[in-house]
Ligand binder design. Structure first.
Ligand SMILES: [Zn+2]
Length: 337
């Protein structure tokens, strides 16, 4: 059982999150307001909404994902969700975040990626005094052609878009299919990350490294099956954005006990802790850390190390990293000494 002291240590820890999807982080109250905007007050209650976010299987999760997105229709809605997500993160003392957004989930309803990004930035700016947020545009494997989308995104990179990512249906769409678009993204100066080794095996992680030349890997759980790959990730210090509770919820791993994060961390790999789709998976950064303490008996120094890993893996400027590290070090020393 984790003590209240440790819980408050984690709650007040200055945190960094690097793998978080905007559309999976919408507070349920915010979503309820959007549903009421389009469907009227009596469509669903908060309780029923909570129930709906408990899934019976992966298909049910995907259906719920698209159902939820169907209530994000106007540019004002993006601004509203971004503002509420930023507030929610700031309230958890997340000091810096890199957030994925998936414009192609919405372009079917005629929203333009440039306008989506601008609206999201307007919303995030409402809380820029409490939290710094950069954006990663997720090209989503199983959607529209990628090059035109990348070009549109590059027009609005001044909205704080620092990276290009690749989520979506991993098994059907291996990383190597996207070599050309990622080569172009890199040339444009974007950082690159790719969801790899979540649903698929270690060969997809190799492809993300060799074909897409990624700067970070999203999930990377199946790397544990390939000793050479683990050695490579370790030697090249390739950061892995790990999302333990998400991996259990989607059955990428059978249970947290089986999750490779402890093994990776102990071997010295640059792993960070993240929530992926926190409001869809009923998780928070606090819950992630506490679950790892419960299962792997991590101590406060381990938590401090993992929090440092997140800063090291981030794509913010060096002076921002210095500030984040110094705030974290002060906090740790004040509480532990
Ligand atoms: Zn993800």
């Amino acid at each position: 059982m984790v003590s209240n002291n440790i819980k408050s240590f984690i709650r007040d820890l200055p945190k960094v999150e690097l793998h978080l999807h905007l559309e999976g982080a919408i507070p349920l109250n915010t979503l309820l307001q959007l549903i009421e905007k389009y469907m009227g007050k009596k469509h669903i209650t908060l309780n029923e909404l909570e129930q709906k976010f408990t899934y019976t299987n992966f298909d049910n999760f995907i259906d719920t994902w698209y159902w939820k997105n169907s209530f994000i229709r106007e540019y004002d809605d993006y601004q509203f969700i971004a503002e509420q997500v930023a507030l929610n993160l700031a309230e958890q003392n997340i000091r810096y975040a890199e957030i994925y957004f998936s414009p192609s989930d919405f372009t079917k309803i005629d929203s333009q990626p440039q306008e989506i990004a601008t609206s999201i930035r307007k919303g995030l700016n409402k809380h820029s005094d409490r939290i710094t947020i950069n954006l990663i545009a997720d090209l989503v494997r199983d959607s529209e052609p990628k090059l035109p989308l990348l070009n549109k995104i590059s027009e609005v990179r001044d909205q704080g878009i620092i990276g290009i990512g690749l989520g979506g249906d991993e098994l059907q769409f291996p990383p190597k299919l996207f070599t050309e678009v990622f080569r172009k993204a890199k040339k444009m100066g974007f950082y690159i990350t790719c969801h790899a080794g979540e649903a698929a095996g270690p060969d997809y992680i190799w492809q993300a490294i060799r074909d897409l030349k990624v700067d970070r890997i999203g999930h990377g759980t199946s790397a544990i099956k390939d000793k050479k790959l683990v050695k490579y990730l370790l030697e090249h210090k390739i950061p892995i954005e790990m999302c333990p509770i998400s991996n259990v919820r989607t059955s990428a791993v059978t249970s947290l006990d089986e999750h490779p994060i402890y093994n990776f961390y102990k071997s010295g790999m640059l792993v960070s802790i993240n929530t992926d789709d926190p409001k869809m998976f009923n998780t928070t950064m606090e819950k992630e850390y506490i679950s790892l303490i419960e299962i792997f008996d991590l101590n406060l120094f381990d938590i401090y190390n993992l929090a440092q890993n997140s800063i090291e893996s981030a794509w913010c400027p060096t002076n921002t990293k210095k500030e984040l590290n110094s705030e974290l070090a002060k906090y740790y020393k004040r509480l532990v000494n």
